[in-house]
Design a protein around this ligand. Structure first.
Ligand SMILES: Cc1cc2nc3c(=O)[nH]c(=O)nc-3n(C[C@H](O)[C@H](O)[C@H](O)COP(=O)(O)O)c2cc1C
Length: 236
């Protein structure tokens, strides 16, 4: 009987020990869990997480795919919508054309004769010179030697030339008959010693058969920038 009582005491002690041990283990688990939450909270809501989230959200729309698209748009130069076309045998019309192009921020295109005009060709005192013969023949169409032109993107075209025998050089007729000016505004201008623009603008419009041709203007050698600017502004 005495032996049985000792056995019961031993069992009780073992049970108490087990209870104490299990209580200690539970406390430790709860405390570990709390530590994890405390550590996790700043990562989810703090600045650290935003810093990390930004690259992720950008990765959805790759920066590498966006940046080139933007830079392509910025880099692509907008094409000019104004063109200055000119023919000039001795440089006077060329100088005026260059000034008009600078004022209007336009592209320049020179009509060059396939067979360049020599001094003898330009001699108007000679009734058998090339220019005299050409100007006496309304159907003469001297060949153009400069590269073919693309008019795509142009809405306004200035057309410049010297006055020969009161009219446009016939090579201008070759030019206007070679292109379709539909949807474009064309503005003739010329240089001369003293003659006015005469019928040259109308001749070009008729021979072109397309485009909206405005009344042109004649300038003398060394036309001032102010005079050209005033004329251009009055057109608009
Ligand atoms: C064959 C020829 C005919 C010309 N006929 C005239 C004319 O009828 N009236 C006039 O005022 N100037 C006339 N000129 C002078 C030019 O129109 C003038 O010098 C013009 O500004 C020259 O332009 P460019 O240097 O661009 O060729 C003629 C010149 C040449 C070569």
């Amino acid at each position: 009987m005495y032996k049985n009582r000792n056995k019961r005491i031993l069992i009780c002690l073992v049970l108490v020990l087990l209870l104490v041990l299990s209580a200690c283990g539970g406390t430790e688990t709860a405390s570990t869990e709390k530590t994890r939450q405390t550590t996790a909270a700043p990562i989810q809501g703090g600045a650290e997480e935003q810093t990390e989230a930004q690259p992720d959200s950008q990765a959805a729309v790759p920066a590498s795919a966006q940046a080139p698209a933007e830079s392509t748009q910025a880099a692509a130069p907008a094409g000019k919508d104004t063109l200055v076309v000119y023919f000039s045998a001795t440089g006077t019309t060329k100088a005026v054309a260059q000034q008009i192009a600078a004022i209007t921020d336009a592209d320049l295109y020179e009509i060059k004769a396939a067979e360049e005009y020599t001094d003898a060709d330009l001699d108007w005192h000679d009734s058998s010179s090339r220019t005299t013969i050409e100007q006496n023949d309304k159907n003469a169409r001297p060949e153009i030697g400069s590269e073919a032109l693309s008019l795509e993107g142009y809405s306004t075209v200035y057309v410049g030339y010297p006055i020969w025998w009161g009219e446009e050089p016939r090579i201008l007729d070759t030019f206007v008959e070679s292109y379709d000016f539909d949807g474009m505004t064309l503005i003739p201008f010329c240089t001369s010693s003293s003659s006015g623009i005469g019928r040259s603008g109308q001749n070009l419009a008729e021979n072109a058969g397309s485009g909206n041709w405005l009344e042109g203007k004649r300038f003398g050698a060394g036309a001032s920038e102010d005079a050209l600017r005033e004329w251009i502004e009055a057109l608009n």
